[in-house]
Design a protein around this ligand. Structure first.
Ligand code: NI
Length: 173
């Protein structure tokens, strides 16, 4: 179990198309566990492998509230196999775009097929926050950030601020 550094946008490593894995073995389980630690330590509800510099199609999610027991989900090769008719608008954030938020519209209900931590094929239906979160994380596996779903004006404003923040962080004290 280890906490890994999270890559902040803009960064080419966040724009890759991640590769499917053959099976969830011990190496993938270690990645999943480290990603979950990393996500919890950053108070996030989802994390995708490219955000920690890994190019495999792996995500972790936990949308349990603070007053609920943790409910971690580990998914390899997650795939949206069905989509409901209704939309849901949610103000999204991202550990790779710290302190920035924007409303994104996505399908409210999705059916997801994936390999779980034990390499079993699973299919679940998700709605509300879980649905939004899983779709956001699957996007990461295809190099898509939530800002890619908003207007160019808003996207460029956020990206410029992130570039400025990175430059400030690099300046000697
Ligand atoms: Ni994100």
């Amino acid at each position: 179990m280890a906490v890994m550094p999270i890559i902040v946008a803009p960064d080419p490593r966040l724009k890759i198309k991640a590769k499917s894995i053959d099976k969830v073995d011990d190496a993938v389980r270690t990645l999943m566990d480290d990603m979950l630690d990393t996500m919890y330590s950053a108070n996030g509800i989802g994390l995708a492998a490219p955000q920690v510099g890994d190019d495999r199609r792996v995500i972790v999610v936990d949308v349990a509230r603070q007053d609920e027991d943790p409910a971690p989900m580990y998914m390899a090769n997650p795939q949206i196999v069905d989509v409901g008719d209704d939309d849901r608008i949610h103000e999204e954030g991202c550990l790779s775009l710290p302190e920035h938020f924007a409303e994104v519209t996505r399908p409210d209900r999705v059916k997801i097929r994936y390999l779980d931590r034990d390499n079993k094929i699973r299919e679940i239906e998700a709605d509300e926050l879980l649905s939004t979160c899983i779709q956001h994380e699957i996007d990461h596996l295809d190099g898509i950030l939530f800002v890619d779903h908003v207007s160019a004006l808003k996207r460029n404003m956020i990206l410029r601020k992130l570039v400025k923040a990175k430059k400030l962080a690099q300046q000697p004290a």
